[in-house]
Ligand binder design. Structure first.
Ligand SMILES: [Zn+2]
Length: 336
């Protein structure tokens, strides 16, 4: 569908073939040869919803909104990009515009990251079609990490052989306390032990336990700081062993000069279009984190306005679609 729409807009299409995920689709518009660097638009075609969700959560229009799985995050953003390009095509694009669409953003962009980064390095600016934060564009995002903490103890019968057992569950429980204390709100650093599991039965001293930990950082330099904290973890029972894996996989998008300049321009254009545009920061990550961390001016949250991303009430407010698409088009054109 997207490729058909893009082809009708004169796109040159490149499919970066993938085995384990959907292909990463690169759509190029505007002059095929240009001395000017492209504008890179980032979108994703995947959603957090399992296949078949449309049966129980069908697309519908009601109460001035479109409802359905992925409408806000970010089907609408992709449509807005195509609509903006369609408008600009009639005015002739001054420089190339590349719309990059991946299918594994919601699981951390494992295969598209390298493609996104290499395209970003050749681009003038990056605009990300993720939903707005309320009504605001996003000028900063936290970095995201995941750590897996695995404890191996010594299993034993809890009645017959208790003293020879060394509980992985007990060790993990202590570690969860320590890890949770890594949170430092002043530093804007949060650590969440979101999943714990371990043991097999109540009458067995547990030989295995693990935790999955989510980490959010506001400063790029905190990735090394957090890494040091996790690598310094130790078990108190010498019969237990600890294995730590993972790390920060999305650097933070810090609020830097290039992004601020783009936002100020957007706010000026929005005022001309008759609405007030604010900026916001968020704890959630996007592919904009990668491009911003490379120093490429990146503006995020340029997609739809709505509520309930990743939730059953996911919806897009229709009245904002046209003005926001006009703003997106004007922003693309403004790069000159
Ligand atoms: Zn998204």
């Amino acid at each position: 569908m997207v490729e058909l729409a893009a082809r009708n807009l004169g796109a040159r299409i490149k499919r970066n073939k993938q085995k384990d995920f959907g292909d990463v689709i690169e759509l190029r518009f505007g002059p095929s040869r240009s001395s000017r660097k492209p504008v890179l638009l980032l979108g994703h075609l995947d959603t957090v919803w399992p296949l078949g969700t449309l049966k129980t959560m069908p697309w519908r229009e009601a109460d001035g909104r479109y409802w359905g799985p992925g409408v806000l995050d970010m089907k609408a953003g992709v449509v807005m990009a195509l609509a903006a390009i369609s408008t600009l095509r009639e005015l002739k694009l001054a420089r190339p515009v590349v719309l990059l669409l991946n299918s594994e953003e919601e699981v951390g962009s494992p295969v598209s990251r390298a493609i996104t980064e290499s395209l970003a390095l050749k681009s003038e600016v990056v605009f990300v079609l993720e939903p707005a934060q309320g009504l605001a564009y996003k000028t900063a995002r936290k970095g995201v990490g995941q750590y897996n903490v695995q404890v191996t103890g010594v299993g034993a019968h809890s009645g017959v052989d208790f003293v020879n057992g060394h509980s992985a569950v007990l060790e993990l429980a202590k570690l969860v306390q320590t890890i949770s204390n890594f949170t430092n709100l002043e530093r804007n650093l949060t650590v969440n032990c979101g999943v714990i599991a371990g043991g097999t039965r109540s009458n067995v001293v547990a030989s295995q336990a693990y935790a999955e930990v989510d980490v959010r950082i506001a400063k790029a330099s905190d990735a090394a700081y957090v890494e040091k904290l996790f690598r310094s973890l130790k078990v108190s029972d010498p019969h237990c062993t600890l294995t730590i894996s993972g790390g920060v996989n999305r650097p933070p998008m810090e609020r830097k000069a290039g992004t601020i300049a783009l936002f100020k321009r957007a706010r000026g254009i929005a005022a001309e279009l008759g609405f007030d545009l604010q900026e916001a920061s968020t704890g959630g990550g996007s592919d904009g984190n990668f491009t911003a961390a490379l120093g490429i001016p990146t503006l995020d949250g340029m997609g739809a306005v709505g509520d309930g991303a990743h939730a059953a009430h996911e919806s897009v407010v229709i009245e904002h679609l046209v003005p926001r698409t006009a703003l997106l088009a004007a922003m693309i054109a403004s790069v000159g």
